[in-house]
Design a protein around this ligand. Structure first.
Ligand code: BJ8
Length: 430
């Protein structure tokens, strides 16, 4: 345990961002405590995790200051809620793209003063952060870009627009040729909107550079995910999830460099046999809805129950980095088409049919050397919840142990989930 670790505070900066400083001041100590218990209590962590610990220590200060300074320098800062919004085009315009999905219970009461209670906790958490003025990222963005992936999101954006300018990108729900054309137009509209805020028109070279930068970030995560699949695992599932979460707010070039430094260390660990758990530890793959910061609930339950998480088939996971954009486009039109083609491969359950996702889950199960799948569904997410039926059938047909859970951010069901996870691990152990 590292008692010196502390999530830092900067009330003056928060004041400048128009936050509810008095209320937010309680957040860093709470996060410090949770981080020490969940992450720093782990044994034999890779040394290069120090950078990512530091990113958490600076989550409300140093990184916010960087973004604030960039904004003062005229760079556009855009918040997003979904991996369908192409961050390459924000980077191409010299801007910063921040994932704003909410993963905390603390902002849900703020949201429930306005929104119905029986909707997805991720939507409520994000909305509550803005309404309560208790998220520095929400306060620093110029505008947010939502999408039409699910009903809870698309209707919430209409209300969110009262608090922060909210643009909405239409994501088709099928992948036919006419849907692809619609999507291409949406991507072009997005580029125009970003360019307007940046006061520029990004040209071919700038877009090529944005694509290279984000491809490099995704490639670094691919390398890391391949290394974490080794048995015995050189890194815990919790640390991997944390890195996947940090990917949504760190500066992309620095982030990729730090991920590669960690990979270099993991390669050494693999050679020397240094691991975070013995090779006999039950290996679990998690699939399903994303886990936004600081949602570490399921991973902590699984890894405290004697198993290790070896893959996240999730948007904060492989769905974010499994595909790269073809860099061979020779004019702007081709670049946009190739970018759109890559985004069309994201297999979110908002699509119908979405059988590619079932195939992908089975592939990742094989690649990761997992011994069971836990499908994670946030409460009231109907598309993932119903898609779990097909996923269960596909897993059971192949003899893959499968468990579906539906939960939210509240600690109330932790005991019950722990019991179910322990029984599942026993089933894997045979
Ligand atoms: S591409 S998974 S990031 S939409 S969990 S808010 S769908 S009710 S998050 Fe997602 Fe984009 Fe799809 Fe990925 Fe709605 Fe479901 Fe909540 Fe969801």
């Amino acid at each position: 345990m590292n008692d010196a670790f502390q999530v830092k505070s900067d009330p003056k900066l928060w004041e400048k961002l128009g936050m509810d400083v008095a209320r937010f001041s309680g957040m860093p100590p709470m996060l410090t405590n949770a981080y020490q218990n969940i992450f720093l209590s782990q044994k034999n962590r890779p040394e290069k995790m120090a950078y990512f610990d530091d990113m958490v220590a600076n989550i409300h200060t140093g990184r916010i200051q960087e973004i604030y300074d960039a904004k003062q320098g005229g760079k556009p800062v855009i918040g997003t809620f979904c991996v369908y919004v192409p961050e390459e085009l924000v980077v191409a315009a010299g801007g910063i793209c921040i994932g704003l999905c909410g993963g905390a219970q603390g902002s849900i009461a703020d949201a429930e003063k306005i929104l119905p209670r029986n909707i997805c906790p991720m939507v409520k958490s994000a909305f509550g952060f803005k309404v309560g003025k208790i998220c520095p990222y929400f306060q620093v963005v110029d505008l947010v870009y939502g999408e039409t992936t699910c009903d809870a999101k698309k209707k919430t954006w209409e209300l969110l627009d009262r608090y922060v300018p909210t643009h909405v990108m239409e994501i088709p729900q099928m992948k036919r040729e006419r849907d692809k054309r619609l999507w291409l137009d949406e991507v072009k509209d997005f580029k125009a909107a970003v360019d307007r805020i940046a006061g520029t028109v990004t040209d071919f070279d700038a877009v090529a550079s944005g694509i290279r930068t984000i491809n490099a970030k995704r490639a670094a995560l691919q390398r890391l995910n391949t290394l974490r699949h080794r048995n015995p695992s050189p890194i815990s599932g919790k640390d991997m999830l944390l890195i996947e979460q940090i990917a949504f707010y760190d500066e992309p070039v620095r982030f990729a460099r730090k991920v590669h430094e960690l990979c270099d260390e993991l390669e050494e660990r693999v050679k020397s046999g240094a691991a975070v758990a013995p090779a006999t530890t039950p290996r679990i793959m998690v699939s399903g809805t994303p886990m936004a910061l600081p949602n570490w609930k399921l991973h902590h339950i699984i890894e405290s129950s004697g198993a290790i998480v070896v893959n996240e088939e999730s948007c904060i996971g492989t769905r974010y980095y499994k595909d790269l954009i073809d860099e061979g486009g020779t004019d702007m039109e081709q670049q946009m088409e190739r970018l759109t083609e890559r985004y069309m491969k994201i297999d979110c359950s908002c699509f119908t049919p979405n059988d590619d996702r079932i195939t992908q889950v089975l592939k990742e199960y094989e690649d990761s050397g997992a011994e069971g799948v836990i499908d994670y569904c946030l409460q009231f997410c109907h598309t993932y919840n119903i898609e779990a039926v097909k996923l269960r059938e596909a897993c059971e047909a192949r003899g893959i142990p499968f468990m579906a859970i539906e939960t939210d951010y509240s600690p109330d069901d932790v005991g019950q989930l722990q019991t179910r996870v322990e029984a599942f691990i026993e089933q894997i152990r045979g």
